[in-house]
Write a protein that binds this ligand. Structure first.
Ligand code: OGA
Ligand code: NI
Length: 362
């Protein structure tokens, strides 16, 4: 029997506080999207209004060969324009990609009680967090998404605290994607005419987080969002998506909702999606684009995705690289402590690229 949610509060308690998530809501038998999930018209994602990004995936194995320069240019160009690209021969075996998607389904299929032990406040580790939407307490309309987030400190800690259903594959994914992340960031920093010391690179890429996102099938994808418009805050994000699709990136900085243009990043079997985050936009003084993106839900199937976020350590101060500022003649962003940037980022509902205002110099 579908529970009746007499007020928006009882729905909120069921989904957010009690840890049932959107998955629990769907399993309870709701046949339409509750009011609390209905997005204002501007935020709704019209499938037929968007094109598909047809850029072929970049072959990362060519970074080590005769075509090195060509691939470097492809990466830099994508980072400057769309802020999104896909890669193949990335060093993560295809079987592991399959296992990750399966592990995500296994985890979210657990009973609400088993997942709720990882809710913020009760989780055995502050670095493992199960939740729903993004910042529910700040959001007028909730996002149609549940997630588990795992911040890496050591293998030992991960094996002790990360959920059994996903810890081994998530750790392996993180380990095997680290080189690719470093290579790509090195290419991008190099293109700015800057070489960072190993220790500086280490600090820039010092924090890693693996998430598993679960977007249950939704009775009305036209009214909801899986994830609202946002940019990611780290240096770069590596994202595994399944075959369902629904990830959209905004093409330019157009802020007039009627003129916005969005492109779908289509699922490509075996490929991983890379996107530039706020940290690289700030470091490059705006040359690289932290892409605004969002996710549409689907009515027929549940979608999973598995991002790895690579961020500077929280104790780091980030700002535009001195060499770039000198060349540009001005700094577009101020120096910010990552801890402060993060607090602002996770303290507000998704709102496009508003997160960058925290560091912007007007
Ligand atoms: C994110 C995100 C996209 C997706 O987790 O930040 O943008 O396809 N995910 O799930
Ligand atoms: Ni994102």
């Amino acid at each position: 029997m579908a529970p009746s949610f007499n007020s928006s509060n009882s729905l909120y308690d069921f989904v957010v506080r009690d840890g049932n998530g959107v998955k629990g809501l769907v399993d309870s038998g709701v046949s339409e999207v509750p009011e609390r999930y209905i997005q204002p018209p501007r935020e709704r994602i019209k499938k037929h209004d968007s094109g598909v990004c047809d850029a072929p995936p970049i072959d990362l194995s060519k970074l080590n060969g005769a075509e090195h320069e060509k691939v470097v240019d492809e990466i830099a160009r994508a980072a400057e324009s769309l802020g999104f690209f896909q890669v193949v021969n990335h060093g993560v075996p295809l079987e592991l990609l399959e296992s990750l998607k399966a592990a995500a389904h296994t985890f979210f299929s657990l009973s609400p009680e088993k997942k709720a032990v990882y809710c913020s406040g009760v989780s055995p580790s502050p670095r493992v967090k199960y939740g729903t939407s993004f910042v529910p307490e700040k959001e007028k309309a909730l996002e149609w998404k549940d997630y588990i987030s795992m911040t890496f400190t050591s293998e030992e800690e991960a094996l002790q605290y990360w959920p059994n259903q996903c810890k081994e594959v998530a750790l392996e994914y993180l380990k095997l994607s680290t080189k690719m992340v470093r290579d790509i960031v090195e290419v991008l920093i190099g293109k700015l005419g800057v070489t960072l010391k190993d220790s500086e690179m280490e600090r820039l890429l010092g924090m890693k987080m693996v998430n598993m996102n679960y977007y249950p099938a939704c009775p009305n994808p036209d009214l909801t969002v899986g994830v609202g418009r946002h940019s990611d805050m780290g240096a770069i994000t590596v994202l595994l998506q399944d075959g369902i699709g629904g990830l959209y990136v905004k093409v330019d900085e157009q802020n007039d909702a009627d003129k916005e243009e969005w492109l779908e990043i289509p699922p490509i079997p075996g490929a991983l999606v890379i996107n530039i985050g706020d940290t690289l936009q700030i470091l490059s003084n705006g040359k690289y684009k932290s892409a605004e993106h969002r996710v549409r839900t689907t009515s027929s199937q549940s979608r999973v995705s598995v991002p790895v976020f690579t961020l500077p350590k929280v104790t780091e101060r980030i700002g535009p690289l001195a060499e770039v500022v000198e060349k540009d003649g001005l700094a577009r962003y101020r120096q910010v402590l990552l801890q402060d940037y993060m607090k602002n980022f996770f303290g507000n509902a998704h709102a496009g690229k508003k997160s960058l205002d925290f560091a912007r110099i007007n």
